[in-house]
Design a protein around this ligand. Structure first.
Ligand SMILES: C[S@@+](CC[C@H](N)C(=O)[O-])C[C@H]1O[C@@H](n2cnc3c(N)ncnc32)[C@H](O)[C@@H]1O
Length: 253
């Protein structure tokens, strides 16, 4: 099997990423986390799998909210060590494993959650099929990812602008939208690989795997976030995150 990218174990990348996350003024804290938390099903007494859990912030949140058992999974050793250092609850288990190897997990879950990690996965069909296998009937998958209008352009030139400005308003460039493939970006480190998929591919993959779509949301920063970080005003009309909540079919009686 092709080794998955493990860019969070590149020390320079890991340090820059953690610095960004610790600032508390980043888009995760001010936009993505509040928006995805508002979509969460009740986790009380549920078993939860947190895919690409990073430092485990959401895994700890599920345990605080009464989840019976939480498994946090991440490919990065750096992330797993940090998650273990920060965690005291004994019903959380962290496993260093890639999402490409989900068939190694033998337990089933009521909820599969993932925050901003699916755009690192090349084979989305396999991922969704394996998530379906890990969910109990009626179980819920809730995930966020970078929005397809943000991941679309095949554009990696630091010296060029990704927008034009007319009378103080930004008009972003959008290209390559229907070209579902790898994007190589200068994000935190040179040559970070992410995968772009258009919206219909994402939804149809879920539908083909017998998921019902329960809710879809596109990010829209709150006034307070824009007050704290003025550049987030550009995200009001150009969503940066996509959220999908879907349910696995119940078993037929
Ligand atoms: C943007 S971070 C998000 C971390 C966490 N979900 C959060 O919101 O704080 C993406 C995470 O996905 C993990 N990741 C990337 N590719 C992965 C893969 N193939 N399998 C498992 N985890 C992966 C990274 O190591 C990283 O911790």
């Amino acid at each position: 099997m092709k080794q998955p990218q493990n860019v969070y174990d590149n020390l320079e990348f890991f340090e820059k990423y953690n610095e960004m996350r610790q600032s508390k003024l980043n888009a995760n804290e001010l936009i993505e986390i509040p928006e995805i938390k508002a979509m969460l099903p009740n986790v009380k007494n549920k078993t939860v799998l947190d895919l690409g859990c990073g430092a485990g912030g959401m895994s700890r949140f599920f345990a605080e909210k009464g989840a019976k058992k939480v498994v946090g999974l991440d490919v990065s050793q750096n992330m797993m060590s940090l998650a273990k250092q920060l965690t005291t609850q004994d019903n959380i288990e962290f496993i260093q494993l890639s999402m490409e190897q989900l068939s190694k997990i033998k337990q089933k879950f009521d909820i599969v959650f993932s925050s901003l990690a699916f755009h690192y996965i090349e084979n989305f069909k396999k991922l969704i099929k394996e998530i379906s296998n890990l969910l109990n009937p009626g179980g819920v998958l809730l995930f966020s990812q970078e929005h397809p209008i943000a991941t679309a352009p095949i554009f990696n030139d630091r010296s060029a602008s990704s927008y034009i400005e007319v009378e103080g308003k930004r008009y972003y460039l959008l290209s390559d939208y229907n070209n579902n493939s790898q994007r190589v970006l200068n994000w935190m480190a040179d040559s970070t690989i992410k995968y772009h998929r258009n919206f219909s591919t994402i939804l149809n993959t879920l539908i083909e795997n017998k998921f019902s779509i329960l809710e879809v949301k596109e990010s829209q920063p709150e006034k307070n976030a824009v007050k704290l970080v003025s550049k987030y005003k550009y995200q009001i009309d150009r969503p940066y995150f996509l959220y999908i909540k879907a349910q696995k079919a119940e078993e037929k009686k």
